[in-house]
Design a protein around this ligand. Structure first.
Ligand SMILES: [Zn+2]
Length: 363
């Protein structure tokens, strides 16, 4: 037993050094998810046939803000950072109109199973089939990285949805997960944290127990500035909540200001020596949704097309392919191994899956 564990450690070190000697420039990763945000809006922008039916939060400027006759203009006005910076310097996968598919492999098509697949690198339909607050029995890539030399305590997650401590299994994994709708406690609060602490329990929150994405993002940014994590995960939630409520305006507005978070994040990363030209951003979603004026509100096993996803990459090891047009199909279960590979690590899951890294790093 002792011999085996020493050998295992040796093997891991060897692999790590072996991979680290490869040419990857990535030393930090930012993983971002927008819960249930559809590939249809990513590639086509707003769908005007959904404009009339939002239940609440009417937005009189919806059309003015997000409708353009030209689809390329329309998607750019909704997601300007994605369709300027990432489209010219990074990679965007999942435009099914061009034959480029990204799919989930789990058969549940809702949140916990999707995040489990993203983070652990394989679907687990037998054990992960509800959104209940149950500690995930599967180990995940954040946990794996947190155990690598030089990475302990340098992996963190900021989530809006309060199930993430269970999905990531913070008790077992040791990964720091921030999720509460509560004031942040710290001996050295920044001015921004002090202001957010004043607001977080006083602003009306239509999402109830779910933290508004702006708090998740800006608390996470303050954490980055103080603690300089090497891997940070931002899990945004509003798009899914607003979609379930049929609130298309709020869904689009949330996606639009989340895109502004990407821009702010990228500006910060490129201003900070630890991160500049050494950080890869990976953006995706946990599941898709239906594709007509009623079904777009829903997902799950009754909505077969909710298995359809998208990926975006921006960083020093992902050549500027822009919107990918090849007919290759990529899968949600490849995110974990890709994330680790970018850092020069080999993450192995329970089940054998392909490695998207060969696709995203090839010239
Ligand atoms: Zn979801």
């Amino acid at each position: 037993m002792k011999l085996k564990s020493i050998l295992t450690v040796f093997l891991l070190l060897t692999l790590w050094h072996g991979y680290a000697q490869q040419k990857n420039k990535t030393e930090n990763i930012v993983l971002i998810t927008l819960d249930g945000f559809r590939w249809q809006e990513v590639f086509n922008g707003a769908d005007s046939s959904f404009f009339k039916q939002q239940a609440t939060l009417k937005d009189p400027k919806l059309k003015e803000k997000y409708w353009r006759e030209d689809a390329a203009e329309r998607r750019k006005v909704l997601l300007p950072f994605l369709w300027t910076t990432i489209a010219t310097q990074g990679q965007i996968y999942g435009n099914r109109a061009l034959g480029n598919n990204v799919n989930v492999t789990n058969n549940q098509l809702f949140s916990y199973p999707g995040y489990n697949e993203i983070l652990t690198g394989s679907a687990d339909n037998e054990r992960i089939h509800s959104n209940d607050k149950i500690y995930n029995p599967n180990t995940n890539v954040l946990e794996f990285i947190n155990k690598q030399p030089g990475y302990k305590g340098k992996v963190a997650a900021f989530s809006s949805w309060d199930v993430f401590p269970y999905i990531i299994n913070d008790k077992r994994s040791g990964v720091y997960v921030s999720t509460d709708v509560a004031e942040v406690k710290s001996a050295n609060l920044s001015e921004s944290e002090k202001m957010m602490n004043k607001l977080i329990l006083k602003l009306p929150n239509p999402l109830g127990d779910v933290r508004l994405d702006a708090f998740t993002f800006y608390y996470g940014m303050e954490y980055m500035k103080k603690n300089k994590p090497k891997v940070i995960y931002f899990a945004f939630d509003e798009t899914d909540d607003f979609a379930h409520g049929g609130e298309y305006a709020a869904y689009l507005n949330s996606a639009n200001y989340t895109d502004k978070f990407f821009s702010e994040l990228w500006t910060y990363l490129q201003s900070e020596p630890q991160y500049k030209n050494k950080t890869t951003i990976i953006i995706t979603s946990d599941h898709g949704r239906g594709d007509n004026a009623e079904d777009w509100k829903h997902h799950g096993q009754k909505i077969a097309v909710a298995n359809q996803l998208w990926f975006a990459f921006l960083g020093p090891d992902t050549p500027a392919l822009g919107e990918v047009k090849t007919s290759e199909t990529l899968y949600q279960n490849q995110v974990a191994s890709t994330l680790a590979s970018l850092l020069g690590m080999e993450y192995k899951t329970d089940k054998k899956v392909g490695d998207v890294i060969q696709s995203v790093t090839k010239k």
